[in-house]
Design a binder for this molecule. Structure first.
Ligand SMILES: [Zn+2]
Length: 113
């Protein structure tokens, strides 16, 4: 799938990112990034999750889609009934399809780190 684009995506990820970010596939339901045509990689921990693809917002910063941490959801709702383990993929796909960013982690600084 990736090779159809003619890109060599792994050249765009540093060894550190390859260690930290997990590979996901189109078969898992992830859409390709409309800009770099890559399937993203994901980083997922209890304190939040995010994507990386081949895009950057500047030379230091990858473009990424974020999802709330379990702690953040729990603090907001008082329970985990709204916790969706698939939320990062849904947020990513929504951004790909509509350009809409569901969750802006800048508002949650301090909760998620
Ligand atoms: Zn991209």
């Amino acid at each position: 799938m990736i090779h159809d684009t003619g890109h060599e995506p792994h050249d765009w990820w540093s060894p550190r990112e390859l260690d930290f970010y997990k590979e996901v596939t189109v078969d898992d339901g992830w859409l390709l990034c409309p800009c770099c045509k890559l399937v993203p990689r994901i980083w997922e921990f209890d304190n939040g999750s995010s994507t990386i693809c081949g895009c950057r917002t500047n030379i230091y910063q990858r473009w990424s889609i974020h999802a709330e941490s379990i702690n953040h959801i729990y603090k907001r709702d008082g329970n985990l009934s709204n916790y969706d383990p698939d939320r990062l993929r849904k947020y990513w796909n929504r951004w790909v399809e509509t350009g809409e960013v569901t969750y802006d982690n800048r508002g949650a600084k301090g909760d998620d780190v």
